[in-house]
Design a protein around this ligand. Structure first.
Ligand SMILES: CC(C)(COP(=O)(O)OP(=O)(O)OC[C@H]1O[C@@H](n2cnc3c(N)ncnc32)[C@H](O)[C@@H]1OP(=O)(O)O)[C@@H](O)C(=O)NCCC(=O)NCCS
Length: 147
């Protein structure tokens, strides 16, 4: 993928991350929450760059040898170009290199683009949190990928 790259995220990236967060989620995290998240020594975040513009992010809590992925997003105008897949492939390799032996995440059961992406990356459905998204009566699906 030409013109794409990834690197570790820092608090300097907060403005760009917040812009994508706000357009991607109905209940976006606050700036304070994001700042705590990025400063937490247990987390590892990467941003996706198109040329040198941040267009996506992904991150996890690295707990023992498990990566608990909490955030994945690509900016609206950049979606469906294979960029999310590129970002996830690079990120999963990065956490594998850091010694993780598995990765897990949770996704709303009607988020078809995300489910398709995760399943195509080798994540397998291992659990359901019934009515986890109570306000819209949707379940949360728990996926795991093991190396
Ligand atoms: C999920 C998300 C990160 C995917 O990023 P993306 O850059 O659009 O994904 P890609 O273009 O790399 O597509 C990768 C795969 O995802 C799936 N996919 C992407 N867009 C899709 C769509 N509109 N409908 C169905 N499947 C889709 C496909 O399996 C696709 O592979 P394919 O092109 O070989 O068929 C992006 O849609 C997003 O940011 N959504 C809003 C935030 C969000 O829901 N995050 C996940 C929370 S768990």
């Amino acid at each position: 993928m030409e013109n794409l790259s990834t690197r570790e995220a820092t608090v300097e990236d907060l403005d760009d991350i917040m812009a994508i967060e706000d357009e991607s989620f109905t209940a976006p995290w606050s700036r304070d929450s994001w700042e705590r998240e990025l400063n937490n020594p247990l987390t590892y975040y990467e941003v996706l760059l198109y040329h040198d513009v941040i267009i996506g992010y992904v991150g996890a809590w690295l707990l023992g040898d498990q990566a608990h992925i909490g955030n994945v997003a690509v900016g609206g105008e950049f979606r469906s170009n294979g960029y999310g897949r590129y970002m996830m492939n690079h990120y999963l390799f990065a956490v594998y290199e850091k010694g993780m032996t598995s990765a897990t995440l949770e996704v709303r059961d009607d988020n078809i683009p995300a489910i398709n992406l995760y399943e195509s990356l080798g994540f397998q459905l291992e659990g359901v949190r019934k009515n986890y998204y109570a306000h819209v009566k949707r379940d949360g699906l728990i996926y795991w990928k093991r190396w």
